[in-house]
Write a protein that binds this ligand. Structure first.
Ligand SMILES: *Cc1c(COP(=O)(O)O)cnc(C)c1O
Length: 370
């Protein structure tokens, strides 16, 4: 991709109170996740008459929103999650942003929001990084997974309580320095299987990255936490049988014979960029990827027989995380053959080496941001 073409038309309005070097360095030493934000944000406005306009990078700060803004009432909102990685030579790169841009348009169509071009989406990341590049942490070693997490989002800001797609919309990108997502690193996590909550239904918004899906998953997440689980696995709404995904990560199953199975995409599953990348990298690792329905019974039986040797979850924020056990009100499913999570670790290292520029970018997945 000719990345130079995305150096676009964003007006820079630099902050006159940027964070001091010492304070920023202190934050970057231990950023946690999603707690600290950089000095600027990108913004583009859309109106039904003027289309996208007013491209800016301006100081980070509270939004002024009319209390009647429709996002506050009807939840017309979508978002993305993508990271900026600092390479050893100091340059800053992101991973497959055109996939996120395409998904953002898919989400926009489902939520009846206006579509944003690749040029504006990737351009907004570049424009923000042009100001806030010093917020991208430098990894201390190959096992240091620090990055700058970028959060593009779009909201219906028109002050109107009638129910129809908004005529005024705002797009923003904010950025937050991040350490590894789960504190335990690649320790296997326990996952809660929700017995009656569903994340998505056929014809609904499951494939779109929208705030509403997350709002709908929080009661199940609360159940998970009460049962010492860190995430929730959801089954399909129609038959209560097929594995879909976690609240914010896709699932993979490693079989003894080298098959790597992940649920086939439907409109109730969000297509992760990490999922797609794992399917490609798995082939290089001599695995046989399979996208097909996989049931809770197959998980239970495969775990018991040793046919399934690993289960892992994947997403941009936490990369690849082994699943140690599946817990529900009735049972605990543990892998008899489990233990070393060797495949998950191998693919994880491959992916991170690519993202941090430690291996050859043979698929052309990296785009330079700064
Ligand atoms: C964002 C997200 C994922 C992971 O997608 P990536 O592009 O890999 O980060 C998976 N499931 C849901 C529901 C998500 O919102």
């Amino acid at each position: 991709m000719p990345t130079a073409s995305f150096d676009t038309h964003f007006e820079a309005l630099p902050s006159n109170q940027p964070t001091g070097d010492e304070i920023r360095d202190e934050i970057l030493k231990n950023p946690g996740f999603g707690k600290h934000f950089t000095d600027h944000m990108a913004h583009i406005r859309w109106t039904v008459d003027a289309d996208w306009h007013g491209h800016q990078v301006r100081p980070y700060g509270p939004l002024t929103l009319d209390p009647a803004a429709s996002v506050l009432h009807y939840g017309q909102e979508i978002f993305e999650g993508i990271k900026a990685y600092r390479h050893a030579d100091g340059s800053i790169w992101t991973f497959r942003p055109e996939k996120n841009a395409e998904r953002f348009r898919r989400s926009a169509r489902r939520l009846a929001l206006p579509e944003l071009s690749d040029e504006d989406f990737i351009g907004s990341l570049k424009a923000l990084l042009a100001q806030d590049h010093s917020w991208v942490p430098t990894p201390a070693s190959a096992s240091d997974e620090c990055s700058l997490y970028l959060r593009p989002f779009m909201i219906a800001s028109e002050a109107f309580l009638g129910v129809r797609p908004a005529h005024e919309v705002d797009y923003y990108v904010i950025a937050s320095p991040a350490a590894a997502y789960f504190k335990g690193g690649i320790e296997p996590v326990s996952i809660w299987l929700s017995s009656h909550y569903k994340r998505a239904a056929p014809g609904g918004t499951g494939f779109a990255k929208c705030g509403g899906n997350y709002a709908a998953s929080l009661a199940a997440q609360k159940e998970a936490a009460a049962n010492d689980c860190s995430q929730v696995a959801f089954l399909d709404a129609a038959e209560n049988k097929w594995i879909e995904e976690l609240g914010g990560m896709n699932l993979f199953f490693v079989f003894k014979d080298g098959r790597l199975v992940t649920p086939r995409l439907t409109d109730t599953i969000l297509e992760g960029v990490t999922r797609n990348s794992v399917l490609t990298l798995a082939k290089d690792e001599g695995l046989t990827p399979e996208e097909r329905p996989i049931s809770i019974d197959e998980w239970r039986e495969g775990a018991a027989s040793g046919e399934i040797t690993e289960v892992f979850a994947c997403g941009t924020a936490a990369v690849i995380t082994p699943v140690g056990e599946l817990v529900s009100e009735e049972e605990r499913i543990r892998l008899t053959a489990g233990g070393n999570n060797e495949v998950a670790k191998r693919i994880r290292t491959k992916l991170l080496d690519l993202q941090y520029g430690r291996s050859e970018d043979k698929y052309g997945w990296l785009t330079q941001l700064a």
